[in-house]
Design a protein around this ligand. Sequence first.
Ligand code: URA
Length: 197
Amino acid sequence: MQDKAKLMKKIEKELSDFKQSPLYKYRTENKFFPVVGEGSLNSKIMFIGEAPGKKEAQTGKPFCGASGKFLDSMFVSVNLKRENVYITNIVKDRPEDNRDPSREEIKLYGPFLDRQIEIIQPKIIATLGRFSFEYVMRHFGLENQIEPISKAHGKSYEIDFSYGKVKIIPLYHPAVALYNGGMRETLLKDFKILNKW
Ligand code: URA
């Protein structure tokens, strides 16, 4: 079996040449990078956001801007070390003007995320925001349990999957706390569910 790092490198290479993406031109014109993901390939926990913001596209690293700062403080609150988890997004290139990723972009980039899940085989998947929650629920065949994120946040959805038991934990996107300070406590409270692992 090829090792995890080699398989991840292959994904990285394919993404860097991903000319089929409508975001490829925007990436190259702006000297942006695709954001493949970062962290431990042996982690039991995987965090999945939506798409890179400007800072992420400039550096090639997920969640290194303002939302990432808040995410880091949530990691600290549950004694998780960023380098011990794996963090990625569904869409690996920055959509223009920070808009939401489109349905087509999610469909186009989704197979890369599917392969990353297969490589890492996480026991826990924490989704950050409604796009990744819905995508991951569908990936694991739980589409009929999809709820609005306002209901689903902080719950745990379990599935016996091909590689073992998986828990999906939907969380609000950390950016929510940036534009609505009143939500900080909710996000921090939901994050506590990750304390148990
Ligand atoms: N928002 C996301 O969804 N992902 C990032 O990497 C940064 C901001």
